[in-house]
Design a protein around this ligand. Structure first.
Ligand code: NAP
Length: 180
């Protein structure tokens, strides 16, 4: 059986890695769909689809995840009613969908997919929003992502990118808490 896990992975963090590991106990193959693949260089989505593919594939390799998996970038579509069909054209066939996003859950349920909510681990720290905030404020974030993700972010100078985007969005960098 094949399962689809959809997320934005901005960035891929330890919570995502745990979810992937757990899903692989339930299915034979996993498809990791990278949502909003066309978006990058924004506060909510700083990293490109290619950069997110690197983060995920290097982290899975290091974690010795050898099951067949597919990492598929999925650009957004302006029409929610057609989104599931759009996903189906981009991915291998799947029977189960894993997502914590209520819209994603609804859209797949309406097409009769079996939808499950993956468990969340240490949500205080393993959260894309929290990690991006910490990167901006020069707080500790490296403990919350796989080492390979740190290497990718260093390779692309990701922290400088995020800080420049934040500066453009809110020149008063003293109030960054509400910008991401
Ligand atoms: P999201 O709405 O981008 O993120 C929702 C939040 O849920 C994130 O903060 C995420 O945290 C968190 N989350 C992660 N795993 C969770 C879980 N197991 N339970 C509860 N919350 C969890 O949604 P997403 O699920 O990450 O990504 C969905 C993607 O589908 C998006 O890229 C969206 O644009 C796309 N989509 C597109 C269309 C369309 O184009 N018409 C329609 C529907 C969905 P982390 O940041 O830590 O992961």
């Amino acid at each position: 059986m094949r399962g689809l896990l959809v997320g934005r992975y901005q960035p891929f963090h330890n919570g995502h890695l745990k979810i992937v590991t757990q899903i692989l106990e339930e299915v034979d193959e996993i498809i990791i769909g990278i949502g909003s693949a066309q978006v990058s260089h924004t506060l909510e989505n700083p990293f490109t689809a290619g950069e997110r593919v690197m983060m995920i594939s290097k982290s899975l390799a290091k974690a010795e995840i050898t099951y067949p998996y597919y990492i598929i970038p999925i650009p957004d579509l302006g029409r929610n009613a057609l989104w599931v069909a759009h996903v189906e054209t981009l991915t291998p066939p799947f029977e189960i969908v894993y997502s914590g996003n209520s819209l994603v859950q609804r859209l797949f349920k309406e097409k009769d997919y079996n939808v499950k909510t993956p468990p969340l681990y240490n949500r205080m720290d393993y959260s894309g929003t929290e990690i991006r905030k910490r990167m901006l404020l020069d707080k500790e974030w490296k403990d919350f992502v796989p080492k390979e993700v740190i290497e990718v972010i260093e390779e692309i100078d990701g922290i400088s990118r995020l800080k420049e985007i934040a500066k453009e969005a809110s020149p008063d960098l003293t109030d960054q808490s509400g910008v991401i």
